[in-house]
Write a protein that binds this ligand. Structure first.
Ligand SMILES: Cc1ncc(COP(=O)(O)O)c(C=O)c1O
Length: 439
């Protein structure tokens, strides 16, 4: 069994023939903390952060790496990102709250969203937020109204929709013309937004932002987006002396979920983003801005694995074998939402050949609750610990209580130690906000 490419960097088979991550035996973790269990490897997250920093440093000393916390908004993980010197992107009042609690200073917080509510904006302005990434004219109006009441000035970026297709799943493509996000270039809307923001005494327009999608393997789309953004900057500079100090070129780097995936390297990603901006601004005779990026998936995706316990095994001769586990769509909706593909292995049979083809099903009352179709694993038996790698991003973040299932516990492993960073929900949590019909 090889797990170097898809699994966390510390993954190995131990002497007991079990999968080990961060020096911890996954089977023991499952016994100790219960299942489903989300296990994060600290070394992998730090390694990814350091790779990003090294890759960008090779091209520039004026860049900022912003963790897109929508991938996994969690106090301890945010604190780890802060220790690594990253900034943070929040996409709601809730994510802002977690980022503040984690200790992020205002100047490191970027607030995104296509429909930030008045309450969310007020909460962020009152608590201190470094940058609001403004998505619409309504938001410009609302922000000015709120700032006028406070007599305060706010740094902003404008989110631009560059009209570029990112060749990823349509649900995670965000930069195409037909998008709910940002100011489009058609009808001069983006230019008008820049003019409006520059004319406001309450707004300090620091620059522009564009994010074209997620799980992107082909870097050329970024090159095109950068070209379009810089053209807009040049136009705005010629029209009203706009100075673009920050250019946020989004996140989106894809990761490997199965051995067949071949994402680009962080080094290539950094080169395309920084040199792409450098070449374009040079050609347009513009000064080089600070280059901002905001990866989520590629910082935490590979670091996480989910451990489930195998329950019912249903063999339909000549058709397929369903191996049901004690989680599914309530802890990982991605296969159902995007048709995302995963691999699996039995952590307690790590040295045995993966010679059995099965379909790994969840426990929810939906036929579509299938985690992996045609997984190759060792011969399964009830009680085995089945692991799916690559569940560190957009899994817990999208978890639900569907069918009254409890959100799993999350542990962080490092050098043989495991610490709970999110407690498993309880049945009491499930009804904590419910109120009975009659007292
Ligand atoms: C505005 C914005 N920035 C950053 C990200 C993070 O993308 P990824 O997790 O693919 O790096 C997203 C994700 O959709 C996003 O919408």
């Amino acid at each position: 069994m090889t797990h170097t490419l898809v699994y966390p960097i510390t993954a190995r088979n131990n002497a007991a023939g079990h999968l080990e991550i961060g020096g911890c035996d996954v089977v023991e973790l499952a016994e100790r903390f219960g299942t489903p269990l989300l296990i994060y490897d600290e070394a992998t997250i730090r390694d990814q952060c350091q790779r990003y920093k090294a890759a960008f440093s090779a091209h520039s000393d004026n860049f900022e790496i912003i963790y897109a916390s929508k991938a996994f908004s969690c106090l301890a993980i945010n604190q780890l990102m802060l220790e690594e010197g990253l900034s943070i992107d929040v996409s709601s009042g809730g994510e802002y709250h977690v980022a503040k609690l984690a200790g992020f200073p205002s100047e490191k917080i970027f607030f995104h969203g296509n429909n930030k509510t008045r309450d969310e904006l007020e909460y962020a302005l009152d608590g201190g937020v470094g940058y609001v990434v403004v998505d619409s004219f309504q938001e410009l109006d609302l922000l000015e109204q709120l700032l006028a009441k406070r007599g305060a000035k706010q740094r902003i970026l404008l989110r631009i929709t560059p009209g570029v297709e990112a060749h990823t799943h349509s649900y995670i493509e965000t930069g195409q013309v037909d998008s709910k996000f940002g100011f489009g270039l058609g009808d001069g809307l983006a230019l008008e937004a820049i003019r409006r923001a520059m004319n406001s005494p309450l707004l300090e327009l620091m620059g522009l932002h564009a994010h074209i999608g997620s799980q992107i393997f082909q870097l050329e789309a970024y090159r095109r987006a950068i070209e379009i953004l810089v053209q807009l900057v040049a136009q705005a500079r010629a029209s009203f002396s706009f100075e673009c100090r920050y250019l946020n070129v989004g996140g989106g780097l894809g990761i490997r979920y199965t051995q067949e995936d071949s994402p680009s390297s962080i080094a290539d990603y950094a080169r395309v983003k920084v040199e792409g901006v450098r070449e374009e601004v040079r050609a347009a005779g513009l000064p080089m801005p600070r280059v901002l990026i905001e990866p989520g998936r590629s910082l935490v995706g590979k670091a996480g694995v989910t451990a489930y316990r195998v329950g019912t095994i249903k063999e339909i001769p000549g058709v397929r074998t369903y191996v049901s586990v004690d989680g599914g769509m309530s802890d990982n909706i991605r296969p159902m939402l995007y048709g995302a593909r995963y691999e699996g292995m039995l952590a307690n049979k790590a040295n045995l050949p993966a010679d059995t083809t099965v379909t790994v099903a969840g426990k929810h009352c939906e036929s579509g609750d299938i985690l992996i179709k045609d997984a190759q694993i060792a011969r399964p038996e009830p009680g085995d610990i089945l692991v799916t790698p690559g569940t560190g991003a957009y899994c817990f973040a999208m978890a639900s209580n569907y069918n009254g299932n409890l959100r799993p516990a999350v542990v962080l492993v490092r050098e043989g130690e495991a610490r709970v960073i999110i407690e498993r929900e309880t049945y009491a949590d499930l009804v904590a906000k419910h109120r009975p019909l009659r007292h």
